[in-house]
Structure formats: C-alpha cells, structure tokens
Design a protein around this ligand. Structure first.
Ligand code: NAD
Length: 475
C-alpha cells in the first residue's frame, strides 16, 4: 500500500513513533494508502523548520519576482503531474475524475500563477504629504502560517491557502484533512522540485481536535492561521488563537440560496442550479442547497429540475463520464442520511433521489419542507436540494437571509434592476447573477455570519498574509 509521509524541512518523513492511519477510497470503501500520523513532535519539528526558513532562509528575502518565478515553476509541475494529482484526489475523496482533471488541478496551478503575479505587480502606497515628509507602506511577510484545510477540494483548497502565503514571503505548515491527505504531500514534493527551499512548505498529517490541527492553533510561534472547514471548528480555532492574539482567517460552512424569478431564463436557472447542488455530490461550501422559485414558474422548474437530477450519471468516480460520485467517508454518509431520515419522518416530500449503494446518496430533491426545519437551516453538505415557492421579491430575499450562514447566493432574473436590488439585499459574501462559481481571484471571497471571518483573494489575501508597515521619512 502506498505510504503518504509528512514533508518537514524538505524531507519526506514518517512519524517519530511510527504511527500511521489509513485513508479510504470512498468508491471501494477500502483503505488505499497509509498516512503518517503526526503528533506534538511533528508539529514542533515542522513549525521550527518553518521558523528557521523564515528567520534565516532566503525565501522572505528573495523578492517577489524571484519567488514568483519559483511559484510559476511549481504551477508548471502541477500541470505536468496533473493526471497523477487528479487520480490521487479522486481516489482519496471520491470526487469525479472529470472534476479533478478539469477543474481542481488547473485551478490549483492557476492559484499559484495568480498570487505570484499579484504579489509582483501590486504597488505599495506612497502617501502625498505637505508637511515635508515622504510616507510609504511596506507589505512585509507575516511569518509562519498554519494552513488547515478541509477534505472537499483537497489540492485546490491547499493551493488557495498556500499560494498567497508563499507569494507574500511567508513560510507554511499545512495540515490537510485526514480524510483526503495524499495530494498535500505530492504538492510539497513538487514545491521542492520547483526549487522552493526546504522548510518553506511543510506538511504534517494527522487529525484535528486533540491532534495536529489543535496543536498548531495553540502555539505562540504561529503568526497567522488560515482555516477552511466547519463553522463549529472555526469557533474552536478562534478560541485557541485568541490566547496568543494570532490573526485568523476563517472560511466556513454555507447554506446557499438560489432565487429563481418568474422572468428568469429557465434553462439557465435549471442548469446552474443543478451544478450548484450536485457538483462534488453537494460537498461544496457554496452549494445552492435551498432553491426558492417564484410561483408562476414553480411547477415547471420542479419538473425540469427533477428530471435533470435523475439524468445525472452517478457512479465510479474514476469513470470520466461520472457526474456524481460517492460521499467522502462513512461518517459523512451517515450524517447526510440522517437528514434524509428527517425528510422521511414527515419533514418534507421526496420528489427524487435518496440513499444509494455504499456511500452514495442519489441527487435528491425535497419539497414542502418547513422553513424552520434543519433541512433548510443546517448545512447538509450532500446532494440534497430543498425547493420552495415564493410570491414576492421581498419574501424571497427574507427567506434567503434566514439562516445563520451567509456565504453566497445565486439570483436568476432577466430584470437588470431586480438583479442589482436583490444582490444588495442579500447578506452574503458573493452573489452570482445568472451564473455560478465564476471565480475572479482578485475578488473578495469569504462569508458573513457563521460562514466566516475575513476575506481572501487578491488584495484581501495581501492584507491577511502581510504586516503593512508605514515608513515616515523627513525630507
Ligand atoms: P472540519 O472543520 O471538520 O475540518 C477541517 C480541518 O480542520 C481538517 O483538517 C481537520 O482535521 C481540522 N480540525 C478539526 N478540528 C480541529 C481543531 N479543533 N483544531 C484545529 N483543526 C481542526 O471540516 P471538513 O468536514 O473537513 O470540511 C467541510 C466543511 O468545510 C463544510 O462546513 C464546508 O462548508 C466548509 N468549507 C468551507 C469553504 C469556504 O471557502 N467557506 C470551502 C470548503 C469547505
């Protein structure tokens, strides 16, 4: 069986005590690789290596252009090894190979290219002064960054965190999710091959609470924590970070609403809504899991959406034709099924879908669900859409805003005025109008309420991963 090591100070290594854990292929439900199980000792070694690389190594000092060159080289290597990386993520978490090949891998390379260029091309400010002084800002690297990633986009989420951190001259300790750890070690190996010095990107494997994740967040010598995962974990990390006043960026859960107005292009609304909830089997923070449809087109939308959901190809994630794979773990499958049970116990009417074989849940459509139901208010993180009719624009916006989350929403309308008005009224970090998942990496990305704290992307990442310094010079 393949062994997935930590990568610490440029060296692939097992844990000092030899501990390992298995990572399971959700399609076969069998272990497919053994992973080094880290503890305090590995965290200590990785953070010390990152500290040394930051305090004494060339990385923070080599300048943005040279760092950018090496990050572009890493992006080249990600593309060269794209097939292998895609296969690793598909095997580790069950995501269809068409997605890992066509989206996750190219987007991971694009993250490194974008942040390399962004750091190189973003000017610092010079502030005009009429008091006989010249004032300017320097964006200096923050130091050692702990990056804690979720399992749903293993390589892509890791690159989204690491790329801006490295581009701005920081060093990183990455803790990938225990359910999908393998691609992180490959990435660290490619970073070394690209010429990024040892200790700049370290990977330590292990669990979250009472393990590697928690140990990282409790250390006084971590300068930034960037975390993506569940809102409940975000709270724990915020608390741990508060002890040392470590700045945190939290990208948390979501309960996205799609608002389909009667004037919408219904083909577009059905197609985008389908992708928004069934891509990656609904295991997407941005999933459009609540669909509100204006009454005149409700029946037609329901009919078309349910038929389209039934037509999706569910199956072996390694088959390039598969559109929906299994859920990522037994534990997560049980969680999603507990929501299906709620619906069965009278919490709604199942139009299509439900439990499949193994860890599958078929694309599921529920109607007649009460607004107070956990199916509407909690993040299911599976291929389960709840569809509800509405009458007025005000009602639609109020329903969309009626959860503790606020990551994103989608609006379908051909009315320009309505598009702007509704976008302004939604309490979320991103609104897509007549589209979904279009990501411009300069744009702020993050959420409101339980969906997170802070924004990443473009200059927002610079603010988080640097310490801006003002220099005031008497002329
Ligand atoms: P999770 O919170 O269970 O775990 C995420 C990571 O945190 C893992 O690496 C885990 O080991 C670690 N962790 C767990 N407990 C910890 C602790 N006490 N201290 C430190 N680290 C700890 O989340 P998950 O189940 O892996 O991911 C799914 C969640 O991520 C969903 O809620 C989803 O919406 C969210 N997500 C959000 C975004 C976004 O950009 N907002 C993107 C992807 C996923």
């Amino acid at each position: 069986m393949e062994f997935v090591p930590h990568v610490i100070d440029g060296v692939e290594t097992a844990s000092a005590d030899g501990q390992r854990f298995a990572t399971v292929d959700p399609w076969t439900r069998e272990p497919w690789a053994e992973v080094a199980l880290g503890g305090e000792q590995e965290v200590e070694r990785a953070v010390s290596a990152a500290r040394r690389a930051f305090d004494q190594g060339p990385w923070p000092r080599m300048g943005r252009a040279e760092r950018g060159r090496l990050l572009h080289k890493l992006a080249d290597l990600i593309e060269e090894h794209g097939e292998q990386l895609a296969l690793v993520d598909t095997t580790d978490m069950g995501k269809p190979i068409a997605d890992t090949r066509g989206k996750d891998v190219p987007r991971s390379a694009a993250n490194f290219r974008f942040f390399a260029d962004h750091a190189r091309l973003t000017p610092d400010e010079a502030l005009p002064s009429d008091t006989g002084h010249h004032i300017y800002t320097r964006h200096e690297p923050a130091g050692v960054v702990a990056a804690i990633a979720p399992w749903n986009f293993p390589l892509m989420m890791a690159s989204w965190k690491i790329a801006p951190a490295l581009a701005w001259g920081n060093t990183v300790v990455l803790k990938p999710a225990e359910q999908s750890p393998a691609s992180a070690s490959h990435l660290a190996r490619l970073a070394l091959e690209a010429g990024i010095p040892p200790g700049v990107l370290n990977v330590v494997h292990g669990y979250g609470g009472s393990s590697v994740g928690q140990a990282l967040t409790e250390r006084p010598d971590i300068d930034r924590i960037t975390f993506t995962g569940e809102s409940a974990t975000g709270r724990l990390i915020s608390r741990a970070a508060a002890d040392h006043l470590t700045p945190v960026s939290l990208e948390l859960g979501g309960k996205g609403a799609n608002l389909v107005f009667a004037d919408a292009d219904l083909d577009g609304a059905v197609n985008w809504s389908l992708q928004a909830i069934f891509a990656n089997a609904g295991q997407v923070c941005l999933a459009g899991s609540r669909i509100y449809v204006q009454r005149p087109v409700y029946d037609e939308f329901l009919d078309r959406f349910s038929k389209a959901a039934q037509a999706l190809r569910v199956g072996d994630p390694k088959d390039p034709a598969t559109q929906v794979g299994p859920l990522a773990s037994a534990e997560h499958h049980a969680k999603v099924c507990s929501y299906l049970d709620l619906a069965e116990q009278g919490g709604g009417r199942l139009l299509t879908g439900g439990r499949g074989e193994g860890w599958f849940v078929r694309p599921t459509v529920l109607v007649e669900v009460a607004p107070s139901s956990p199916l509407v208010r909690e993040e299911i993180f599976g291929p389960v859409a709840v569809i509800t009719p509405f009458d007025t624009e005000q009602e639609a916006v109020a329903q969309a805003n009626d959860t503790p989350f606020g990551l994103n929403a989608i609006v379908f309308t051909e009315d320009l005025h309505r598009a702007h008005r509704v976008s302004a009224g939604l309490r979320v970090g991103t609104v897509w109008v007549n589209c979904f998942f279009v990501r411009d990496l300069r744009a702020p990305f993050g959420g409101v309420g339980d969906s997170g704290v802070g924004r990443e992307g473009g200059s927002y990442s610079r603010e988080f991963f640097t310490e801006p310094k003002a220099v005031v010079l008497r002329i």
